[in-house]
Design a protein around this ligand. Structure first.
Ligand code: SF4
Ligand code: SF4
Length: 277
């Protein structure tokens, strides 16, 4: 099974559209495909294929630190260890945990020599599964897994990780040929979590100065993560591709597809039937 990320530094370049079109293409070639929407803060693949999120198939939990002041000796080791700067500790005072910054990594309770920190489980998101007919004529199925983070959750990396684990298990169960991960925009922690473990990535961009700038960032990130990346230019005929080509050359990668502006795609996008193209 190939694991492929559909990513791109910039928002609004058409990552989700490309991810769905790619899934369609592979399904038409008789491949078993599972699309996983890892943009857990605002997933929208289900809307683009005219589906609803009904009952979650799983809840996502993460463990956050809880301090026992009776045991804490104010040694400061936990705050020095936390890589997310989620623990503030003034000299001689108890540590204060800043939940919005906490990635639920567990390092603080692992290092505390006095067992003064215990993990407290909390729900941080939900996972949904949609299974629909790829076309009205055939019996082929379009599988979509959607991760949704709890509203207001700042650190959504743990949700992405668990959604991916669920998707991997499910993909093995249905003997998928391809597992496609539609990532969030940007180059932050949830995007890194979505990219890790992928065989390769498609970086979706548009021929604009912002598209070029963000393409450079995402290709840099893929290089650091050692994930081979290829470039797809969306709405390729609506701008100047010179800068995109220069960045692709700089990163020694190829532009594998140029998608021209298409009224047919825009109509299908706005009517929630991209999977029918
Ligand atoms: S490591 Fe444990 S004992 Fe030390 S300050 Fe943190 S909670 Fe308190
Ligand atoms: S769980 Fe990890 S990120 Fe959260 S406070 Fe502890 S060390 Fe920091």
């Amino acid at each position: 099974m190939k694991q492929v990320a559909i990513t791109g530094g910039k928002g609004g370049t058409g990552k989700s559209t490309v991810a769905i079109l790619l899934a369609n293409k592979l399904i038409k070639k008789d491949k078993i495909v599972l699309l996983c929407d890892c943009d857990v803060e605002c997933p929208n693949d289900y809307l683009l294929i005219g589906e609803k999120l009904k009952k979650p198939v799983r809840k996502v939990f993460a463990e956050f630190p809880k301090l026992n002041k009776n045991k804490c000796q104010k040694c400061g080791l936990c705050s020095k260890t936390c890589q997310s700067n989620a623990i503030f500790q003034a000299p001689g005072k108890y540590p204060v945990f800043i939940k919005d910054l906490c990635s639920a990594c567990g390092a603080c309770w692992a290092v505390c020599p006095y067992s003064a920190i215990t993990p407290k489980k909390e729900e941080v998101g939900k996972i949904y599964l949609n299974k629909l007919k790829a076309t009205t004529q055939s019996s082929k199925l379009f599988y979509l897994i959607t991760g949704v983070a709890k509203p207001g959750l700042e650190e959504t990396g743990p949700v992405v990780i668990q959604v991916k684990e669920f998707a991997l298990d499910f993909a093995r169960k249905i003997k998928a040929d391809y597992l496609l991960f539609d990532t969030a925009a940007g180059i932050h922690c949830p995007v890194i979590s979505a990219l890790l473990g992928c065989d390769f990535a498609y970086a979706v961009t548009e021929p604009t100065p912002m598209g070029a700038y963000d393409l450079n960032l995402i290709l840099d990130l893929c290089k650091k993560l050692k994930i081979p990346a290829k470039v797809i230019i969306n709405q390729a005929d609506l701008g100047d591709k010179k800068e995109i080509k220069k960045i692709a050359r700089k990163h020694e990668t190829r532009i594998v597809k140029e998608i021209p502006y298409s009224k047919e795609i825009v109509d299908a996008y706005s009517q929630g039937r991209l999977n029918k193209l």
